[in-house]
Ligand binder design. Structure first.
Ligand SMILES: [Zn+2]
Length: 150
């Protein structure tokens, strides 16, 4: 089980950018096990991937996914410990995720757009990136503002 004290830093209603592009509504069920997430006030993760036509200023959804914490744990379990350590190390040395979190938590700037406008790896502006993914952790109808959204 995750350390829930991490989740005390704040929460905001799920932003429209993390709604389902297919339905235009917030996600309500885990895509893997179909568990209800909002009414049950469950912790879950939203992942969306886009390609972007910079010239036309158009975004095209590649996939959208939502999974409950149980399915997330299972997915994590299927990744070897070694690759997980490599992924974590990569993020720690290449991204500004911790710094960004501290900056936003100090300024109380809990606005999804300002969290996701720049790539956490190289800080590129999202409007100049041709392919990107968004992640968000949620609990019930709220986003958890921890190290995500990214
Ligand atoms: Zn599930």
């Amino acid at each position: 089980m995750d350390d829930f004290s991490l989740f005390d830093s704040g929460s905001e209603p799920v932003a429209p950018v993390f709604f389902s592009d297919e339905t235009g509504k917030p996600f309500t069920n885990c895509k893997l096990c179909n568990k209800e997430l909002v009414e049950s006030n469950s912790v879950y993760t939203i992942e969306k991937a886009y390609v972007r036509n910079v010239e036309k200023n158009e975004n095209k959804l590649i996939f959208e996914f939502v999974y409950c914490n149980d399915c997330m744990e299972e997915l994590r379990g299927s990744i070897s410990k070694e690759s997980m350590q490599r992924i974590t190390a990569y993020f720690q040395s290449n991204s500004n995720i911790i710094e960004r979190y501290e900056k936003f938590s100090k300024s109380n700037l809990f606005d999804a757009d300002s969290w996701i406008n720049n790539c956490i790896i190289n800080n590129s502006d999202i409007s100049e990136i041709e392919e990107y993914q968004l992640y968000c952790s949620c609990k019930g109808g709220n986003m958890l503002l921890i190290l995500l959204p990214i």
